[in-house]
Design a protein around this ligand. Structure first.
Ligand SMILES: *Cc1c(COP(=O)(O)O)cnc(C)c1O
Length: 404
């Protein structure tokens, strides 16, 4: 049986996967089981921040694996305390405390629990989230996600979420009730199509939060840790923002599973002893690996490369002046290329973005879609100028071949 046949027999068929079995990775390149090479502009969905098998990552894994992998959160480890210090002091740079999870959805569940605790004394429990958001697949994070297709068949949802409109402050103000305890927002929506919250909107939310004693919670799971060209996604948009809570996962592990959330110092007592936990969360191995990834992002100044590569991508694509490209959304290396599907000949019944992704795979480029008419570029933060040129040439080749 091939890998793909075995998957269909033994793995629960929850994923719409591309027909590709990967066996090896190095830097921005991956190889399939037949040894075919691909440029990886998916990077594990914005996860492999340093590319594949970066020496800082693999040596952190092997060294820590030989010392101590896991000992539960009944005991302290230097690796976990050091990582918490690194995130608070070097990434957020605002006083607060960190909880470690294993994924983004779990980190968001933690923020949801924080919001519930914040509202408990005033009998408030509603959290406002935004259309087309994506916060993960646990019951809590799924219920926070304002996309019907994610909820389909799983109701009743976890109660207390109110969905409002991104970048529409009036709608948000109208959605606030005496039960509202928090806003939860992705500064740049990833799965929802790379939609960017505006500066006015984020600052407006912060002002409403202050006025109504509502928590401002940021989901930086996809856009955080350098991906936007700043260490924090919100800084790219509204640098002075003072959030109450922030969640991360994806890029902070460089491909190793870890997530976390930060709580501003003044709210930290809301989640005291016994209130929350995770058996694996922040174990010695995951923490050592994440610290190595974040330190490399900072010490190698990868955000400068992110900004340079973003400029290169925008310049190259605007020079094409291609009729099938409507716009480039996003910031840094979380970019959504909007496709005018009426300009392309796409086979009947095919989802345009997925069809284009499959054609790109044939040419040796991996990119993920984001909705039916957007392709996402999410290469490693250390992708080179040459790799960007090669990937964009393949991208143009596919668009040209599909011109209507
Ligand atoms: C991927 C993602 C999540 C969920 O993370 P998991 O690790 O898959 O649980 C949550 N929020 C955003 C913005 C994401 O992109």
């Amino acid at each position: 049986m091939t890998t793909i046949e075995k998957d269909s027999q033994y793995v629960l068929q929850t994923y719409g996967r591309f027909p590709l079995a990967l066996a090896k990775g190095q830097g921005t390149r991956v190889w399939d089981e037949e040894g075919r090479e691909y440029l990886d502009f998916c990077a594990g969905i914005a996860t492999c921040a340093l590319g594949h098998c970066h020496p800082a990552l693999t040596s952190a894994i092997t060294e820590q694996a030989n010392q101590l992998i896991h000992c539960s959160n009944l005991y302290f480890t230097k690796q976990q305390s050091d990582l918490a210090e690194l995130i608070v002091e070097k990434v957020v740079q605002q006083p607060g405390k960190i909880f470690f999870s294993n994924s983004g959805a779990e980190a968001n569940d933690g923020l949801i629990k924080l919001a519930r605790r914040h509202g408990i004394e005033s009998a408030r429990h509603e959290i406002i989230t935004f259309n087309q958001s994506f916060h993960g697949r646990t019951i809590g994070a799924m219920s926070a996600t304002a996309q019907g297709k994610i909820h389909d068949g799983f109701g009743p949802l976890f109660p207390g979420f109110v969905y409002s409109l991104l970048n529409d402050l009036e709608a948000v103000e109208a959605a606030i009730t005496e039960k509202t305890t928090a806003f939860l927002i992705e500064p740049i929506q990833g799965e929802g199509g790379v939609k960017v919250a505006t500066k006015e909107f984020l600052e407006g939310l912060a002002a409403l939060a202050k006025k109504h004693d509502i928590l401002l919670l940021l989901d930086e799971v996809q856009c955080g840790m350098g991906r936007t060209g700043m260490l924090n996604g919100w800084e790219t948009i509204a640098p002075g923002l003072k959030p109450d809570g922030i969640s991360w996962a994806k890029g902070m592990g460089g491909g190793f599973p870890i997530g976390s959330f930060w709580v501003a110092e003044k709210h930290a007592p809301l989640l005291g002893p016994g209130s929350h936990g995770s058996t694996y969360g922040g174990n010695a191995l995951a923490s050592a690996v994440s610290a190595a990834v974040i330190k490399t992002i900072i010490e190698d100044d990868l955000v400068s490369n992110v900004n340079a590569r973003e400029a290169q991508i925008r310049e190259t694509i605007s020079e094409w002046d291609h009729p099938a490209i409507t716009e480039i959304r996003g910031a840094g290396l979380i970019l959504g290329i909007g496709i005018d599907t009426s300009q392309l000949s796409i086979p009947d019944g095919a989802v345009p973005s997925i069809h284009l992704c499959k054609e790109l795979i044939k040419l040796g480029l991996l990119v993920p879609p984001a909705g039916p008419d957007t392709l996402r570029l999410l290469p490693p933060l250390n992708v080179t100028a040459d790799e960007v040129s090669q990937a964009l040439a393949l991208f143009k080749q596919v668009l040209d071949a599909h011109q209507a």
